[in-house]
Design a protein around this ligand. Structure first.
Ligand code: HEC
Ligand code: HEC
Length: 373
């Protein structure tokens, strides 16, 4: 029972960050000089999943939207159109959706994604859901991408557009191309009150669409709403996940509803961490080998795993945590503390139970939600 209290207090800790206290980065402001007075965008009503089983898990925390980029129906519609439009790449062949497929929880199934002209990157595509909470729960500027190099969702958008191995797009040219399309000027006007198309508008609209990508209808969510029961194996896997002397996964990946604490950590993948992860961005020796702790939702759709896609199956991932974690100057204390016992020492049954629990976090409805198509 002790471990269960641990989980509850951890949930409280996450829940204890009230919307008022959350630090939200300030995105750039759109050009507001030419707004006409008839500009009345429709507020977008974000639907949050509900939770009923036990007091601490009753609500999903409410997202705090940046004051200068509130969600609007028109902004989200524009962001969605841009997300699926290959006009955003230099060759007009690659859209955001080329590497972020809805059928794969907005990741892809390749080890490394392929960008314009078949260029291959060095990172595994990240799934896109429940991203807005990174801006609430990670109190540092290192919130997006595997190496945490971007602080806000607005900022993040320019990364792939300009990246030579992704979309390789010249921004001025993109604006010219968007202006020449029949529908974009009026969509920008409806979203931001001015038909002068700007890169800031592109960033704000795509960020709005990304904030609507909420995944919270897995079997585990249904269990928390008394709509489904978990098998004995799945419940045992959950106990292993959330017990310090067993899987101990919750220390970094937290518990419901987000299954990550959004922190940058070194989970012990490599013994040499120099020049890797967040440290390659900040130059800080304490940041070497730190990568973003991903959510464990929807894992069945997002293989391969880790920033470099080195593991193909969840069984391999669990075996890694069980017996293959490496020490280095930045390996996290939550990994290091198990070294004295030679790893987690899970039995084959416990490993299988843990994987069974992880699979209860798959949300098939998210893959077919018409709002995101
Ligand atoms: C060529 C494939 C490719 C394209 C095109 C692409 N992405 Fe990505 N995306 C990736 C990869 C790979 C990563 C991880 C990169 C890294 O961490 O360095 C990523 C990461 C992200 C993240 C970070 C998620 C997180 O949890 O931190 C977001 C958000 C994102 N992409 C949105 C977009 C948007 C919006 C577009 C279009 C403007 C886009 N991507 C285009 C491959 C792509
Ligand atoms: C010390 C913090 C920490 C602990 C403890 C931890 N993880 Fe992780 N986990 C991470 C980080 C950080 C990453 C990303 C690492 C990378 O790609 O470099 C990650 C990645 C993963 C991934 C890959 C997800 C993806 O989208 O590629 C899975 C699956 C995973 N962890 C499951 C688990 C399980 C199961 C446990 C418990 C046995 C666990 N983790 C314990 C921090 C942790």
């Amino acid at each position: 029972m002790k471990q269960f209290f641990y989980v509850l207090s951890f949930a409280l800790l996450l829940g204890g960050c009230s919307p008022d206290e959350a630090v939200v980065p300030t995105p750039p402001v759109a050009d507001s000089t030419k707004k006409d007075s008839s500009f009345t965008p429709t507020p977008y009503n974000l639907i949050y999943p509900t939770i009923k089983r036990n007091g601490y898990f009753r609500v999903w925390p409410r997202l705090v939207m940046p004051a200068n980029n509130p969600l609007t129906v028109e902004g989200v519609a524009l962001g969605k159109k841009l997300f699926f439009d290959s006009l955003l790449s230099a060759t007009n062949t690659i859209a955001c959706a080329s590497c972020h497929l809805q059928t794969q929880a907005f990741a892809d199934n390749k080890r490394f994604s392929v960008g314009v002209e078949g260029r291959v990157g060095s990172r595994n595509s990240m799934p896109l859901f429940n991203l807005g909470w990174a801006e609430m729960f990670n109190q540092t500027p290192h919130r997006f991408f595997w190496d945490g190099r971007k602080a806000s969702m607005e900022d993040q958008v320019l990364g792939p557009i300009g990246d030579p191995v992704e979309m390789n797009q010249d921004l001025a040219e993109l604006v010219t191309e968007l202006k020449a399309k029949a529908d974009y000027p009026q969509m920008f006007k409806k979203a931001f009150g001015s038909d002068s198309i700007t890169i800031k508008g592109v960033m704000m609209a795509i960020a709005q669409f990304e904030r609507t990508l909420i995944s919270g209808n897995s079997k585990f969510d249904k269990y928390l709403r008394f709509e489904a029961e978990l098998t004995e194996q799945e419940l045992n896997g959950y106990a292993i996940y959330s017990t310090e002397g067993k899987g101990d996964c919750f220390h970094c990946h937290a518990v419901s509803p987000l299954f990550t604490d959004f922190s940058m950590r070194n989970n012990g993948l490599d013994s040499v961490v120099e020049g890797k992860g967040l440290g390659a961005i900040t130059g800080n020796p304490l940041h070497m080998g730190l990568f973003k702790t991903p959510s464990l939702r929807n894992l069945s759709f997002t293989a391969p795993y880790m920033h470099d896609g080195r593991f193909n199956t969840l069984e391999e991932v669990v075996e890694f945590y069980n017996s293959q974690t490496k020490d280095s100057q930045t390996t996290d204390a939550a990994i290091r503390k198990h070294f004295k016992n030679g790893g987690l020492n899970l039995t084959s049954k416990e490993k299988a139970d843990l994987v069974a629990f992880l699979r209860t976090l798959n949300d098939e409805d998210f893959l077919t939600n018409p709002n995101f198509k």
